[in-house]
Every structure is written in C-alpha cells, then in structure tokens.
Design a protein around this ligand. Structure first.
Ligand SMILES: [Zn+2]
Length: 80
C-alpha cells in the first residue's frame, strides 16, 4: 500500500502517492493532492500506473514503463 492520506489541522486531507517499487513520491505542481482521484489522474498523466484504491498498487513512470514494456517475443524465423 502506497497511498497515504494526511488529515491537516484545517480539516483538509492531503494525499501522497508513492511508488511501490522504488518508493518515489509523486509530486504535483498544483493542489491535486487534496483529492485522491485528481491526484491519480495527475500521476497517470505523468506516466504513473495508479490504482483507484488508495491502498492499491502504484508505480511511478519509470517502474511502470519497465513492467509495461512487453517481453521480447521470440522472433519467428521461417525456413533456414
Ligand atoms: Zn518507481
């Protein structure tokens, strides 16, 4: 689980999204961290793979790209 929420003294909730694999924390330049769905959208736009569930699996862009990259399929050679 890599999503965290913080209850601020003001009553607002901040969310933090970090990568399950390398621990990188997603930083957004705006106030997206006040809403988990918005934060997920912002992270996805940056290439992150996020789970809608706060305690789901989340991967940063670099880790996700490694996983998404298809395993090199064996080349089909016909004939010799
Ligand atoms: Zn990562």
């Amino acid at each position: 689980m890599s999503g965290h929420s913080y209850m601020l003294r003001s009553g607002a909730v901040e969310y933090e999204l970090s990568c399950d694999r390398c621990g990188e924390v997603f930083h957004c330049g705006d106030d997206s961290y006040y809403s988990w769905p918005v934060l997920c959208d912002a992270a996805e736009a940056e290439g992150w793979r996020v789970n809608p569930a706060l305690d789901g699996e989340h991967e940063c862009a670099s880790c996700a790209s490694i996983l998404v990259a298809p395993a090199r399929s064996p080349a089909f050679t016909c004939g010799r």
